[in-house]
Unconditional design. Structure first.
Length: 277
């Protein structure tokens, strides 16, 4: 489904939600209480500003007695095969965020990946797929990066573990290109990257990726990911703990200037290696 068609479908979802809520004689706040979200959230669903998680859509069906209508619509709209089921809503939220804070312990984050790097990551996890499938995944990843080019792009903070520099994804030439790309974004001030060096030792997010997203008119979210699953939460106590972990990571990381020097040095090393092979 094209992006325009998908947005139109979410707008229809919101219009139907408003109509059926009003038919049931419920205010946004009253419906929100029954489905365990704020009334403001219901308003954002109705305006297609924010998309409900599947479990919220299921609870809306229960309260409004709509026989699975909103669950079916939600499943259809988040069923973008280019993304894992658990990641589809994260992609939707990226376009709405005013600030994204990310920690990546082993790989360059998707929003910063080049085509060659993304292709190597995709093939490593899917060695028997077709070239067409790989290119579809790579194209989707590069499309996501468009959020950083918009005039209203979010603030994007990234803490990269030093591991990221020394895992040669795609080979030396691909790594040189990838790190040059990250360095260029840093110099253009489109992203603030800080390196967490090996010397920092144990850190506050030892078990996987961490992403925090903030929004203009909605509560912040935290997203954690492992190799085969991801969890998106907006429960305030959990988000607060995730924010504290991210603050500790930033405190242990190098300055942006020292981080840029480290990225550029690694890129030069890969460039030399590529030129001799």
């Amino acid at each position: 489904m094209a992006n325009g068609s998908r947005q139109a479908a979410w707008e229809f979802f919101g219009a139907e939600l408003k109509r059926r809520r009003e038919d049931a004689g419920l205010s946004q706040s009253a419906l929100g209480i029954r489905v365990f979200v704020s009334g403001g959230y219901i308003g954002q669903f109705e305006q297609a500003i924010r998309k409900p998680q599947l479990d919220v859509a299921q609870r809306i069906d229960e309260v409004l007695q709509t026989d699975g209508f909103f669950e079916r619509m939600c499943r259809n709209l988040i069923d973008d095969k280019r993304y894992a089921d658990y990641f589809a809503e994260v992609v939707e939220l990226e376009a709405l965020a005013t600030r994204i804070c990310e920690f990546a312990p082993t790989l360059i984050p998707g929003l910063l990946q080049t085509a060659a790097y993304a292709r190597a990551v995709t093939l490593a996890a899917n060695p028997f797929v077709t070239d067409a499938y790989v290119e579809e995944i790579v194209t989707a990843r590069l499309e996501r990066a468009g959020v950083l080019k918009d005039a209203t792009r979010p603030e994007y903070w990234v803490v990269l573990h030093e591991n990221v520099l020394y895992i040669p994804v795609g080979g030396s030439a691909a790594m040189a290109e990838q790190l040059d790309h990250v360095a260029a974004l840093m110099r253009q001030r489109h992203v603030l990257v800080m390196m967490l060096p090996y010397a920092a030792g144990a850190h506050a997010a030892m078990v996987g990726d961490l992403r925090l997203m903030e929004f203009e008119d909605a509560p912040p979210t935290a997203y954690t990911e492992t190799s085969f699953s991801g969890t998106l939460v907006d429960e305030p106590a959990v988000v607060m703990r995730a924010r504290r972990a991210y603050d500790l990571l930033r405190g242990a990381a190098l300055s942006p200037e020292a981080s840029l020097a480290m990225v550029e040095s690694a890129a030069e090393d890969y460039r030399r290696c590529a030129s001799t092979t």
